[in-house]
Design a protein around this ligand. Structure first.
Ligand code: G6Q
Length: 546
């Protein structure tokens, strides 16, 4: 299936932006702020608990107008409506894209193939809540009668990154008598280290896999089963007490030996990297409790409604998306740094790496033709202030333009003396330094010797957004995630790509399946790869035998 649409670079608004870039591209933010002193208050937007300051960007009102024209000409409004109404916009997999249904209220109505999917969503949420209460209260007992103390999520990619990130982000709200671990890598070390101090009789495994066929997850799940059975005299009926599954594939779940009564389902209209608020978030609910989980869903929903209804100039995800397109396609920026000044968000950049790059790392348009412009940027980041003592140098004085998203909070969940003031002072100092820099005259006025002056000049004009909220809560986390989810979709819409498939991960998976027996067989089989791969396989086999 293909869609007909004016190619991006032939759109009127695109051409106007290209023209406009020649006049504004070099204008310094010092000038933009000097000419418009109210800019810092004006170029802001607010929704739910998030305050968004986008004034420190290389844009004028004209730039914004042209970017909004681009959103219109790209049919963004229609695409948003199509997504929310359950149209199968993931055309290469013939699927609707309805993560927004996972957080829709009970009385909402969204149809897929003629069926309202909302009652099913709430039915699973109810089952997750009932199960979480049984585990958290100690009512659910392991095979030997002991309550569960350890919860181990086994999953990878979308079935791991969201749960890990959310657990870390909301640790403050978590039940501290429970221990949470996450196993994703097929590297045996991940499993060994995760369970080395755990008692199998007090451990519950959540096998989280949409397909229930993923090599890494099934390998780890089998190892977990053997680990448990090894401690319980191979009592197969212990599995029901120590394993639950989160999946769309009931058949494979029961083949593995998990009672489907202990399975929490979701649907093919939830993409892996958009699934942390589905049953894939069971570990999150076990950690923070059903009420907090529902509060998080409410935060997502508030951002969903905002994205669906707000005009572009107030629409946080759309503003973020348009700014990133502006830098990526007109300034040649290749990356975006996400810099949360909140230790609990330490895994947020890693989570966003998948959300952004697996979604928008595509060079083929919805029409099936190659793009002639850049698409998805490289997202990376670390929590502040740590990053400042590491890679920020390149953002300040390197040769590349790296737009930054700073995320900061008014209050700390762990108030300690003046820590929070110091933390937040650093956020504001960074965005100020990036935007305005330090001129040669300023450096000289400090008495710097002439030869050292060029090294100490900061040219500035480096853009950033600042997202400010009062405090990190389950709802605020939901708002932040939905903000980036919708930003990704808006970017993908402008680039005319499908943000919801991931064919790029397939080839490596297929080849690995072919290579596994070549590493495991007793005798060296005939190798038919290229000379490099053949040689590496031989070296590995030799190393194994040493
Ligand atoms: C996400 C991707 C991918 C997926 C994992 C795990 O959008 O599709 O990261 O989540 O490969 O897949 P399963 O949940 O099927 O094991």
């Amino acid at each position: 299936m293909t869609t007909t649409k004016t190619p991006l670079t032939q759109m009127k608004s695109w051409k106007s932006l290209a023209d406009h870039y020649t006049t504004i591209g070099d204008v310094h933010m010092r000038t933009l702020f000097a000419d418009d002193p109210g800019r810092g208050e004006r170029l802001t937007a607010e929704e739910a608990d998030l305050f968004f300051d986008y004034s420190k960007n290389r844009v004028s009102d004209e730039t914004l107008k042209l970017l909004f024209d681009l959103a219109d000409e790209s049919g963004l409004r229609e695409r948003i409506d199509a997504m929310f109404s359950g149209e199968k916009i993931n055309i290469t997999e013939d699927r609707a894209v309805l993560h927004i249904a996972l957080r829709a209220p009970r009385d909402a109505k969204i149809e897929v193939d003629g069926e309202n999917i909302i009652p099913g969503v709430h039915e699973v949420l109810n089952r997750m809540s009932a199960f979480s209460k049984r585990i958290r209260s100690g009512e659910w007992k392991g095979y030997t009668g002991k309550p569960i103390k350890n919860i181990v999520n086994i999953g990878i990619g979308g079935s791991d990154l969201g749960p890990v990130m959310a657990y870390e982000a909301l640790k403050h709200f978590s039940e501290r008598t429970l221990t949470f671990r996450f196993i994703s890598n097929v590297d045996g070390t991940d499993f060994a280290e995760a369970v080395h101090d755990l008692d199998p009789t007090e451990t519950l495994f959540i096998v989280a896999s949409k397909t229930f066929t993923t090599l890494e997850t099934m390998t780890n799940a089998n190892t977990a089963r053997n680990w448990l059975l090894g401690a319980l005299d191979n009592a197969e009926d212990s599995i029901a007490k120590h394993f639950v599954a989160v999946s769309t594939n009931a058949e494979k779940v029961s083949e593995f030996g998990i009672d489907t009564a202990n399975m929490f389902g979701f649907w093919d209209w939830v993409g892996g990297r958009y699934s942390m608020d589905s049953a894939i978030g069971l570990s999150t609910m076990l950690a923070i409790g059903p009420e907090n989980f529902l509060e998080m869903l409410d935060g997502f929903h508030r951002m969903d409604e905002h994205f669906r209804t707000a005009p572009w100039d107030k629409n946080l995800p759309v503003l973020m998306a348009l700014l990133s397109v502006w830098y990526g396609n007109f300034f040649g920026a290749e990356t975006v740094a996400v810099l949360p000044y909140e230790q609990y968000l330490k895994r947020f950049p890693a989570y966003l790496q998948q959300l952004t790059m697996e979604s928008n790392g595509k060079y083929i348009t919805l029409n099936g033709s190659p793009v002639d412009y850049s698409t998805g940027a490289i997202y990376f980041g670390e929590p502040g202030t740590n990053g400042q003592h590491s890679f920020y140098q390149l953002i300040h004085q390197g040769t590349r333009l790296i737009p930054c998203d700073f995320i900061a909070f008014g209050k700390s969940l762990n108030p300690l003396g003046s820590h929070q003031d110091m933390l937040v002072a650093n956020v504001f100092a960074q965005s100020e330094a990036l935007a305005f820099g330090k001129t040669e005259d300023q450096v000289k006025a400090e008495g710097t010797p002439d030869w050292l002056v060029p090294h100490r000049v900061f040219e500035g004009n480096r853009p950033s957004n600042t997202i400010l909220a009062d405090e990190l809560s389950p709802s605020v986390l939901g708002q932040l995630i939905a903000l980036y989810e919708h930003c990704v979709f808006a970017q993908g819409t402008i680039w005319q790509i499908n943000s919801f498939d991931q064919w790029g991960v397939e080839l490596g998976k297929q080849l690995a399946k072919q290579i596994i027996p070549e590493l495991e067989s007793d005798d060296l089989p005939e190798l038919k790869h290229d000379s490099s791969t053949n040689n590496l396989i031989r070296r590995y086999r030799a190393a194994k035998e040493k």
